[in-house]
Design a protein around this ligand. Structure first.
Ligand code: SF4
Ligand code: SF4
Length: 100
């Protein structure tokens, strides 16, 4: 069972483009992703907002598969900066798991 970490969003490290709270879970990003990353953008937003650090780490390889092509970003109805959030997730995983 996943454990909630209420400090996760703070530990995650954010910048001015970081806005997972704007996601309305519409699924547009998942439907458009050219490499079929399924629910990656949506799940990333939910994990961050809900403090589900365990789940994000469990699926850590997905965040390194993203091409950062921004197709999802360009079509997101609420202007979630998905590729920027993915980059932030990579930085977090590198720091937390790989210690680099
Ligand atoms: S397209 Fe935007 S609002 Fe819709 S699920 Fe993806 S990130 Fe969320
Ligand atoms: S930026 Fe990443 S998640 Fe978004 S459409 Fe491109 S490959 Fe998929």
């Amino acid at each position: 069972m996943s454990k909630l970490n209420p400090e996760f969003i703070v530990e995650f490290g954010t910048d001015e483009e970081f806005n997972p709270n704007a996601c309305i879970n519409c699924g547009t990003c998942s439907g458009l992703c050219p490499i079929g990353l399924d629910a990656l953008p949506r799940k990333l937003c939910r994990y961050i907002v809900l403090g589900l650090e365990d789940k994000l780490i469990e699926e850590k390889e997905s965040y390194f598969q993203c091409l950062l092509c921004k197709l999802c970003v360009e079509n997101c109805p609420t202007q979630v900066n998905i590729s920027s959030n993915v980059r932030t997730a990579r930085n977090y995983i590198n720091r937390k798991i790989y210690k680099i």
